[in-house]
Design a protein around this ligand. Structure first.
Ligand SMILES: COc1cccc(Nc2ncc(-c3ccc(C(=O)NCC(=O)Nc4ccccc4)cc3)c(OCC3CCNCC3)n2)c1
Length: 339
């Protein structure tokens, strides 16, 4: 019956991703015509990992940020958990880097500032990401970064002694302490992954790489990596401060917000520190969107406002966020059949 609820509100198109326990399909929201990503998880396949899926939904409801892929709606039935998520037409940052071989410092800084803002926000909400890599960074229609946590493998079922490559794709972004399986702080491990990511943006290849996993682990523990001559001294200093094998010597995300390399603009001026607060307004609702919704739902604006503020992540929440998304991207709101 999940699909029937789905079919009433969304049209399902091709699969755009599948990993572990989830399959992601491209979808269209019938009422607005907006594109969405529909993540379908099978409860039986999840098995004892089912609680992790509920944790992810709880996390996503809290994580409302301009650089995190937005959750619009949750549809749960006996066998399925279905997430209706923001669709990013630009695809993966990974493919963007590959298409350009490597990015110059200005473009790398443009993306990296957004990624640091998203990670600082996630940490400020009490979460750690644990799987930061370019495959989990998508681009919207204005080439802005949207962070996702696609793998559902933040805490693989076997704790950390499950070999990473079986559940987490490539461990190339994993911190030494995480690989060692010793107790680690998610925030510190995220900073290491950000260092690997910045290196990949600026170089087009990984700092630690080896087809033989144990050799890769060895290289990560040692923490030595090539510094190509095109890297500026500022970039090398920043990467060095993130790729410290001893977690306590590693730069923190809060220090990253003020780092000089991240605040330099092309003409050498100092940019402001990175703003990581969310732009989302969940208390004061957008009047224009409310107006549109009261017409479409044929409810009074007050009744619509009441309904929205319960944030039930049902079709009302979805409609509000999708009309907001339309407004942010300067597309007309009107849903009414052209009068
Ligand atoms: C145009 O060509 C293309 C080509 C490729 C993609 C697109 N677009 C496109 N838009 C949206 C998605 C998507 C969004 C969210 C989630 C998700 O799982 N959220 C949950 C989530 O983010 N939790 C969370 C976040 C932060 C902290 C804690 C928890 C899953 C998928 C997508 O997926 C496709 C996959 C394919 C494999 N690599 C990863 C993306 N693809 C477009």
């Amino acid at each position: 019956e999940a699909l029937s609820v789905l079919e009433g509100q969304y049209v399902l198109h091709q699969t755009i991703g599948s990993g572990g326990f989830a399959k992601v399909k491209l979808g269209t929201h019938i009422l607005t015509g907006e594109r969405v990503a529909i993540k379908i998880m099978d409860k039986h396949q999840l098995g004892h990992d089912l609680p992790r899926a509920y944790l992810e939904v709880r996390a996503l409801k809290v994580l409302c940020h301009q650089h995190i892929c937005k959750l619009y709606q949750v549809i749960e039935t006996t066998n399925k958990i279905i997430l209706i998520l923001e669709y990013c037409p630009g695809g993966e940052l990974f493919d963007y880097i590959v298409s350009k071989d490597r990015l110059d410092e200005e473009e790398a800084r443009f993306f990296f500032r957004q990624i640091v803002a998203a990670v600082a926000y996630i940490h400020s909400q009490g979460f750690a990401h644990r799987d930061l890599k370019p495959e989990n960074m998508l681009l919207d229609e204005e080439n802005r970064v949207k962070l996702i946590d696609f793998g559902l493998c933040a805490q693989p079922e076997g704790g950390m002694n499950c070999p990473l490559e079986t559940c987490c794709g490539s461990p190339a972004y994993a911190a030494p302490e995480l690989i060692r399986g010793s107790v680690y702080l998610g925030a510190e491990a995220d900073v290491w992954s950000l260092g690997v990511l910045l290196y990949a943006l600026l170089c087009g290849f990984l700092p630690f790489d080896d087809d033989h996993i144990p050799s890769l682990y060895q290289k990560i523990q040692i923490g030595m990596y090539e510094k190509p001559n095109w890297l500026s001294p500022g970039a090398v200093a920043l990467i060095d401060s993130m790729l410290q094998t001893t977690p306590i010597r590693r730069i923190t995300v809060r220090q990253l917000l003020h780092h000089p390399w991240l605040r330099t603009n092309p003409s050498g001026f100092l940019l402001g520190p990175i703003q990581y607060e969310s732009n989302y307004q969940l208390i004061v609702l957008d009047e224009e969107v409310l107006e549109e919704m009261s017409l479409v739902l044929s409810m009074s604006p007050t009744a619509v406002k009441e309904e929205i503020l319960h944030w039930k992540y049902d079709y009302v929440t979805a409609l509000y966020f999708m009309l907001m998304h339309r407004k942010i991207h300067h597309r007309p709101l009107h849903l009414r059949p052209h009068s």
